[in-house]
Design a protein around this ligand. Structure first.
Ligand SMILES: C[S@@+](CC[C@H](N)C(=O)[O-])C[C@H]1O[C@@H](n2cnc3c(N)ncnc32)[C@H](O)[C@@H]1O
Length: 413
């Protein structure tokens, strides 16, 4: 009869864990051990490039040879990550002699410990054992992960303030997260950004954040629309800063959800400074910026070997001759690489004329990508000399990114 396993959370910080084997299995197992702070000794004649990089970076100790029993001196745990059953059995025999738990990739029935399928949500770790069937464990883990991420009591995960004691059960009360929502496709938010969004009490969102992300919010979340419509009326940044600070000081967890990346023409820096001045802790979660994602979504890599060794992201919201402009368009005209212009449609005729006047060829390929990564994405391909006129004819509108450079045609067959 097989007994049930006894679940434990091992606290491995600073404790020796021996991994025998340097192939694909070890490559998958080692990162979680390092994340737990384990003192990893890797015993293997050869390593995968990923493990080699960690060894070179000093994150683990590598002994480039086969296993000998002394390798287990001082070990708390051993992971056998080799295919050879005879060699694996000899490692686990030494481990058993020394009363060291042994995980075996080659034979779970011979192992004294099993690694669970894991999903992590902030401070919460869920570990699933599938009765010896790793695929069953992963299926259950995935279902739990989806529930935790989307619907199930994010308050319970994060630790909601206890009304009677005012404590937070591990969660910090009164804080702000500046979260990049990505360029438009709701699946392009980061895992961390999504998790924080599910934990928020208040969400302050820009117009350009994917609407579907907001659809998923709990009904009790306060949603503040901080729309900043291009060329239209905009809510003062100071007012947005004040909302972030006021809500956080009142004890709320505020997610400031911004299109793309918060620090790419997103005024995230100003919001961070305002929170810092008020003593509100801030987390910044980078996002996938439209300056790279929009070209990519149109099949344009911003760099390409032999074509462009640099890309420059620039705001076109001010005309080149505007006194307040900080952009050296004359210098940009002298570059060979890729130019990505955000917020540039209104001034595109003046911008392209300036670039051409300072030496960039009018034949340089150019493209405009509107509403990139969404179901309504539109792409216009043209040249630097023609793109402003083509844009009007095609009636493209913001939000759109303009890409200038030979990369525009680099992947065309
Ligand atoms: C205020 S900036 C914010 C940029 C954002 N923080 C980022 O990293 O993508 C707004 C501009 O980003 C560009 N943009 C944002 N989302 C876009 C999308 N889905 N497609 C094309 N351009 C987009 C447009 O140029 C738009 O006018």
């Amino acid at each position: 009869m097989t007994s049930n396993p006894y679940p434990l959370g091992l606290r491995l910080h600073g404790r020796r864990v021996v991994v025998v084997g340097g192939g694909a299995v070890a490559t998958r197992r080692v990162p979680a051990l390092l994340d737990a702070g384990a003192d990893v000794l890797l015993v293997a004649p050869e390593l995968t490039p990923a493990l080699r990089a960690r060894a070179d970076a000093g994150r683990l100790h590598w002994v480039p040879r086969r296993f000998v029993p002394e390798d287990l001196d001082g070990a708390w745990l051993v992971q056998v990550a080799i295919d050879d059953p005879i060699a694996a059995a000899s490692v686990s025999a030494v481990a058993a002699e020394r009363r060291i738990f042994c995980v075996r990739a080659d034979d779970r029935t011979a192992a004294t410990a099993w690694t669970p399928a894991v999903t992590r949500h902030g401070p919460v770790t869920v570990a699933v054992l599938g009765g010896g069937d790793p695929r069953r464990a992963m299926t259950v883990r995935d279902a739990i992960r989806d529930l935790l991420a989307v619907r199930l009591a994010p308050d319970a995960i994060a630790g909601r303030p206890d009304a009677s004691t005012g404590t937070t059960g591990g969660r910090q009360a009164g804080r702000v997260a500046l979260v990049g929502a990505g360029p438009g496709d709701p699946e392009l938010i980061t895992v961390k950004g999504w998790r924080l969004l599910t934990e928020a009490d208040v969400v302050v969102a820009d117009r350009l954040v994917p609407g579907l992300l907001l659809d998923e919010l709990r009904p009790d979340v306060e949603l503040v629309d901080a729309s900043k419509i291009p060329y239209g009326p905009s809510r003062a940044q100071e007012e947005i800063n004040q909302i972030l600070v006021d809500r956080a000081l009142a004890g709320a967890f505020v997610v400031r959800l911004k299109g793309g990346d918060p620090y790419v023409f997103g005024r995230g820096g100003e919001e961070l400074l305002a929170c810092a001045a008020a003593g509100v802790p801030v987390t910044v979660v980078p996002g996938v910026t439209s300056s790279i994602a929009a070209p990519a979504a149109a099949g344009i890599p911003v760099t390409h070997r032999g074509v462009a060794h640099e890309f420059t992201v620039v705001s076109g919201h001010l005309a080149p001759d505007a006194p307040a402009s900080l952009v050296r368009w004359d210098a940009l005209a002298g570059l060979h690489g890729t130019l990505v212009i955000l917020m540039g449609l209104k001034n595109l005729a003046a911008i392209t004329a300036t670039l051409i006047a300072h030496g960039r060829s009018p034949q340089t390929p150019a493209a405009v990508v509107q509403e990139a990564t969404t179901g309504t994405q539109r792409v216009l391909r043209s040249t630097l000399g023609e793109v402003a006129a083509d844009l009007c004819a095609a009636d493209l509108r913001p939000p759109a990114v303009v890409v200038v450079g030979d990369v525009v045609g680099a992947l065309d067959g």
